[in-house]
Design a protein around this ligand. Structure first.
Ligand code: SF4
Ligand code: SF4
Length: 135
């Protein structure tokens, strides 16, 4: 994929919103990959955590909003503990989820989950799911 970069694209409104919501300096990341190497949820992700931040650094937020990775982030902060630059990716993932929920609506439609499966959910998982996956 060829993408023409410009200052306006790299520092677009969505990038600024992610920075503001997460409180993180996106440009601090120098792509060492330690976050991705240690992420316990990486096996289920379609973009590695380091790829998420790289895409956002380049202003390619739509790619990240379309990815499953922010929804699979368990907010365990292993990446934060390993990052030599102190980047808290879990907060960046949360900011991306928040923007996706505001702009696109719920990620998880509770009504579509079969009642028999819902009955099996631990109550805590149910409440956490509401918080994480719905606006
Ligand atoms: S560990 Fe930190 S500096 Fe390294 S790629 Fe991940 S976010 Fe970037
Ligand atoms: S906070 Fe999210 S991205 Fe970071 S290591 Fe945990 S699951 Fe992976």
């Amino acid at each position: 994929m060829r993408v023409k970069l410009s200052a306006m694209r790299v520092r677009n409104e969505l990038v600024r919103r992610i920075e503001e919501l997460s409180g993180q300096d996106l440009l601090a990341c120098y792509q060492c990959g330690k976050c991705s190497a240690g992420c316990p949820a990486a096996f289920a992700m379609d973009l590695l955590p380091s790829q998420v931040i790289r895409l956002v650094q380049l202003g390619l937020v739509e790619e990240v909003l379309n990815a499953k990775t922010p929804w699979f982030c368990a907010a365990c902060q292993t990446c934060y503990a390993r990052c030599p630059k102190g980047v808290d990716l879990s907060r960046i993932m949360e900011a991306i989820r928040e923007i996706a929920l505001q702009e696109r609506g719920d990620y998880l439609v509770i009504e579509e989950i079969p009642a028999e499966e819902l009955a099996e959910f631990p109550q805590l998982a149910f409440i956490s799911g509401f918080r994480k996956y719905t606006a």
